[in-house]
Design a protein around this ligand. Sequence first.
Ligand code: CP
Ligand code: NVA
Length: 300
Amino acid sequence: MDFLSVTDLGGDGLAEVLATAAVVKADPGRAAGRLAGRKVGLFFEKPSTRTRVSCEVAVADLGAVPLVLKQDEVGLGKRESVADVARTLDRYLDVLAFRVFRHDDLVILAEHAGAPVINLLSDLEHPCQALADLQTLAEARPLAGATLAFVGDGNNVCHSLLLGGALCGVSLRVASPPGYAPAPEIVERARALAVPGAAVEIGEDPEAAVRGADAVYTDVWASMGQEAEAAERRRLFQPYQVDERLFGLAGPAAIFLHCLPAHRGDEVTDGVADHERSRIFDQAENRMHAFKALLLHLAG
Ligand code: CP
Ligand code: NVA
């Protein structure tokens, strides 16, 4: 089984992975050595801090061997075809995890590798991030019936939250500038998958999205690969900054979430990122626990 989209787990699988993530966080010894002898490839076509380190540590804690590969050495689709990279790595490794620019490359990799292929971020989704996000929200309150406001770019992180939230009973309210809403096919899929009671609302008004929410989430205005658009985006997204005033409209116990890296002063102020109800470093930590749980599910 591959994990290219958070929906690949299905609702039951997602609940199971989140439950395992909570167990391995509470008692790391329970998972130690469970994947002894396995080899896990971690490939990066873009920069990474959290994903690289949390996944490498998770693999090591499970007793498996992590192998980190970078685009400048592999040349995915340049030095050789994406399919041949998959066919080759499949002969050495038990799990293949990739961070890529084009989601279509992940689909090709999964087609040509027998081993499970994991999406470590693509232009379409960031499903490992969504696992950690849902784990963090579940630490604050039950997922079913929760409302999460996503303010900013309808990007890969937003897409995985829409889909994962729908499966877990979390209502999503997205507020983006005109032209930067999440992809219509993702919104449609989230609505089709949503468990009863979980709403998917897409709009342009950040205040309407945040009012009374249980969690407020934002991400960078220009994702990796969109650097050329950064100045234009900074201008368009300014009204979508999550500052103390906007965060103050959320529910009284609302938490703040951000996948990181954050551009403090752009999409979020220091006052919100460092707020007593900010959970951004719990999220970063949970990337490690959630990845262990995912590996145990796919390869355990
Ligand atoms: N959140 C996240 O994926 O961070 P990195 O880009 O540092 O891996
Ligand atoms: N949307 C961001 C997430 C980084 C973890 C990006 O793709 O660059």
